[in-house]
Design a protein around this ligand. Structure first.
Ligand SMILES: [Zn+2]
Length: 140
């Protein structure tokens, strides 16, 4: 039996990942640790939402152990990045029966009053049934 982690947002509010679903029917259960993302895209969306909430433990838990040190709550808070929207451009594999997957996305943000966009093609690998974010190629 998994111990549920308290959620940082009301489950009836729209999920920040832009899926048009409520948080409780989208990324919430992943953040809470009661459900694993079934696809690379779900993991990508839930990691974006975790950035929105500054949920460092979730970000650290969804990369290979050797990469998890980069995610700590203090440095996330210091970045002062306000994530303003996620657009999934395309996906390759990353489905229920795949072991690898790619998701190309554009994440928009505001930082010190300036708007920016982070365009990346991310690589995901399923390890022991759990999708992990491996790395990404930054695109212009
Ligand atoms: Zn979501």
């Amino acid at each position: 039996m998994t111990t549920a982690i308290p959620l940082q947002q009301d489950i009836s509010l729209p999920c920040p990942c832009g899926s048009t679903k409520n948080y409780g029917a989208c990324c919430g259960p992943f953040h809470q640790g009661v459900k694993l993302p079934a696809t690379a895209e779900q993991l990508m969306r839930s990691r974006y939402s975790a950035f929105v909430f500054g949920n460092a433990p979730y970000l650290a838990d969804t990369v290979p152990a050797q990469n998890s040190a980069g995610y700590d709550s203090d440095s996330l808070a210091r970045q002062q990045t306000k994530w303003t929207g996620l657009e999934i451009v395309s996906t390759e594999a990353g489905g229920l029966f795949d072991q690898t997957g790619y998701v190309e996305f554009i994440a928009r943000f505001k930082e010190k009053g300036r708007s920016g966009a982070h365009h990346e093609k991310s690589r995901f690998v399923r390890q022991n049934g759990k999708w992990l974010y491996m790395d990404g190629e930054f695109l212009p």
